[in-house]
Design a binder for this molecule. Sequence first.
Ligand SMILES: *Cc1c(COP(=O)(O)O)cnc(C)c1O
Length: 381
Amino acid sequence: MEKEQRKIPFNKPAFTGKELDYIKDAVNRGMLCGDGEYTKRCSAWMKEHFHVNQAFLTTSCTHALEMGAYLSEIQPGDEVIMPSFTFVSTADAFVLRGAKIVFVDIRPDTMNIDEQLIEDAITPRTKAIVPVHYAGVACEMDTIMEIAKRHDLKVVEDAAQGVNAWYKGKALGTIGDFGCYSFHETKNYTMGEGGALVFQDPSCQERAEILREKGTDRSKFFRGQVDKYRWMDYGSSYLPSEMNAAYLYAQLEQCDEINRKRHQIYDYYHENLKELEDRGYITRPFIPDYAEHNAHMYYLKVENLEVRTRLLSYMKEQGIYSAFHYIPLHSSPAGQKFGRFHGEDRFTTRESERLLRLPMFYNLDMEDVRHITEVLLKFPF
Ligand SMILES: *Cc1c(COP(=O)(O)O)cnc(C)c1O
């Protein structure tokens, strides 16, 4: 009898055990809208663990980026520098404010923005730099912060993938003016859909609260600082519900355990795929000395698009779902409309076409990880 084929998904949202109890508790507390007990616990947890002054839970990282763009006072016609190898929201959040996006090339070793190319892309209209910490591996932040300081630019970190990852001992997201986290189900710690905006400057607190609370000073009202709440400024609705926050809090409490398991998977792939790198078939990810990563993903790079297409369907035939991303933003329809690529695209397109992500999630069995590795080792490169 033929053995039933094992199917391994690309991702499953993390589940650690207490999530449903906390959701039940949130319901029993009788307040389901935002900023209840669990939202407070999540914010306090982030402030304490990431040594950051302000932490606002949001409905997504996309929304945190929108807040970052607004609080950076981006005006129509301003230019914002970022990599083209990123998720659409990195750019979209700034396009919503009327900005022009200026894409610069990435470093092939980390797939992060090449910090050496940023300065040349600066014009009198440049207002901000948006580094993306790809795969939870830090960008070269000292260089980026130094350039920003010299040219009086804001830095908004897209740390969607960089929660609980570090640069020279500082949590990603807490180094620039604003940091944006994602708690989407594909990220290390999740609440289904969700995110956070973090920042150090206390003088931005009030504006962030108003922006997040539909333009009202409702947060002040709840603290008893004003006797009625009013429409104060532009705003939107960026508060997640307590049920989502309850799910997240269970995950944050298990942060070390989630991190440990992800590193175990990462290390297994990394050690066992070395052989393929030695034989010249693949390139494995690189972690610079200044970065302490969070095992957000494990990717490998093959020779070219043709090999990747073959490898992807080979894996699928074996019941293993791997994935690739991103179609570089500058070559997408909206990227062409709202942005331009500064300098030469030496690595963005080429490296993105070579990249393949392997299954990586908290509840992935090590037995499955071994199986995936064995299947990969048998591929006719
Ligand atoms: C996931 C991701 C986002 C978007 O996060 P959401 O929480 O889904 O809005 C933005 N930028 C990067 C780099 C991401 O990986």
